[in-house]
Write a protein that binds this ligand. Sequence first.
Ligand code: CA
Ligand code: CA
Ligand code: CA
Length: 221
Amino acid sequence: MKRSFLGTVFIVTALFTPQSRAAMVTFDLTGGGATPSLSSSYTFNEGGISLLVTSATSGGPVLANQNFPGGIIALDFGIGSSSGLLDSTQIDGSGPDEMVTFIFSGAISYILESVTFDRVGGNDDFSLAVDGNTALANQDIPGGDGFAGFFDADSSTFIFSSVLTETQRTGTQFRFGVAGSNDDYKISSITITALAVPEPTGFAVWSLLGLLVIVAYRTRR
Ligand SMILES: [Ca+2]
Ligand SMILES: [Ca+2]
Ligand SMILES: [Ca+2]
């Protein structure tokens, strides 16, 4: 009786394991104001969530090249991309269209909440793809109209719930690109809500394991 009781406890524990659903996490992408650095990718960790950032153009991935200054994905005002010798470290549409992909891991899926843009001027727009599907083709980056915008140095935060449903902005990979050749910007922070809902199949497996424990102990007796 004692051992099958343990099996029952196991099932009951599985039934009442708290379902941790949502945790909002903000990633600072400025490297603490570090000087622009050069890398083919960056990894950030925050609140148990890992973020991998890569950059590409329509021609392929943008890789680190020590032969030219600046950076492939440069920190300082935020994540940018430099795809050539004289190319701006902003994510820009001058020359090949650049895009930067944010890949999250550590939870099941992620709701894109907001992004803070930097190096914003009045003509800057962005595009967004969620898990490879276009969600926004040509979206104006707010701000950029005042004094700072004149010098392409404004900063503004975009709230995605203003234009997308929760389903449309939920995924694991978020790719930011440009809409036109005059677009250029950096991304200084990104905020997501991590969804860690226990999967029904996972729950079934744990319950089944509990049952097997009971059966095993009873069979042995
Ligand atoms: Ca660039
Ligand atoms: Ca534009
Ligand atoms: Ca700009």
